[in-house]
Design a protein around this ligand. Structure first.
Ligand code: F6P
Length: 344
């Protein structure tokens, strides 16, 4: 097939690395004599036909910028069949030969379904959560880990001065990737992640032992999706998003309160929140975005649709979109065992 015009969109939560990916796609497209259209705000832009032409000036200077120049939203066209039809109609009216969708499991799940309905789509993996299957890393994860690690380093010094326990709540939804990486990098004294069921007794015993050996401060890292044994997830609200995800948050406060009550050590909590998603991408994310973006255009040129570009080992490979958007990738027990060596 002769590809001449491609669309690009970013969907779901933003993350550092989206702009470098958009830049790579547009610059590679220009090199290959393709025209590029930016779709605003994820799938919403294809439903509402909100687009703009992308040229080299549109992507000039965006390499170090966080966020996405395209805008994003958590829009699920499959909530309403009429919206799927609008997406298909606008895809045709924009004269798109192909679309590159940069997203996580939700955005790429929609991409996979649309491919089955005949649209030519290639996916690029992004999410700070790193929970997408079939790729070792997703865009944004490395930057989020660096931000969280720096926060833990900063909390260490104030914890030490005040002889306090600092609980740090970290994003990641139902996977503990950011928490385990930042926790290991920041030397956490305990890490709680969704993949490992823990009781408060276990946390308290470990921290008490540490304090009895003369260390009078501790750092406890807790992933927002972590669950204490026999307890429910801690939610911010009862609302769910367009993809039926619960809104997590609050486990840090719960743990901090309980520890202070049980052990009597002064405890404070820090919820890192969206700080982890903002600001300039790390060098690793910029390079990854550049490699994934260029390879995505190459896949389009080869007519290999229904695929996602992925990072495996040291290579950029391609995998079926539907495999990537299937079950989430969670932290393996092995990595948690390594982290445990340093608890207490
Ligand atoms: O998926 C990325 C993520 O930042 C999760 O870690 C977090 O639970 C969620 O998005 C927050 O979503 P929102 O931006 O809608 O508050």
């Amino acid at each position: 097939m002769n590809v001449r015009r491609i669309g690009v969109l970013t969907g779901g939560g933003d993350c550092p690395g989206l702009n470098p990916a958009i830049r790579a796609i547009v610059k590679k497209a220009i090199k290959e004599n393709l025209s590029a259209v930016g779709i605003r705000n994820g799938w919403k832009g294809l439903i509402e036909n909100e687009t703009f032409e992308l040229d080299s000036r549109s992507v000039s200077g965006i390499l170090p910028k966080g966020g996405t120049i395209l805008g994003t939203s958590r829009t699920n066209p499959y909530k309403d069949r009429g919206n799927v039809e609008k997406v298909k109609k606008n895809f045709a009216s924009l004269k798109l030969d192909a679309l590159i969708a940069i997203g996580g499991e939700d955005t790429l799940g929609v991409a996979s379904k649309l491919c089955n309905e005949g649209l030519n789509i290639v996916g690029v993996p992004k999410t700070i959560d790193n929970d997408l299957s079939c790729t070792d890393f997703t865009l944004g994860f490395d930057t989020a880990v660096n931000i969280a690690t720096e926060a833990i380093d900063r909390l260490h010094t104030t914890a030490e001065s005040h002889h306090r326990i600092m609980v740090v709540e970290i994003m990641g939804r139902h996977a503990g990737w950011i928490a385990i990486y930042a926790g290991i990098a920041g030397g956490a004294d305990f890490i709680l992640i969704p993949e490992v069921s823990i009781t408060l007794d276990e946390v308290c015993t470990t921290i008490k032992k540490r304090h009895e050996t003369g260390k009078d401060f501790s750092i406890i890292v807790v992933a927002e999706g972590a669950k204490l044994k026999d307890q429910d997830l801690v939610l911010q609200t009862e609302n769910k998003d367009a993809f039926d995800h619960v809104v997590l948050g609050g486990i840090g406060n719960l743990i901090s309160r309980e520890i202070e009550q049980r052990l009597g050590y002064e405890t404070r909590v820090t919820v890192l929140g969206h700080v982890q998603r903002g600001g300039t991408p790390s060098a690793f994310d910029r390079v990854l975005a550049t490699r994934l973006g260029v390879k995505a255009v190459e896949l389009v040129l080869k007519g290999e649709f229904g695929k996602m570009v992925a990072f495996k080992g040291k290579d950029i490979v391609n995998v079926p979109l539907q495999d990537a958007a299937g079950a989430i990738k969670t932290v393996d027990q092995d990595l948690y065992e390594i982290a445990k060596t340093f608890f207490g």
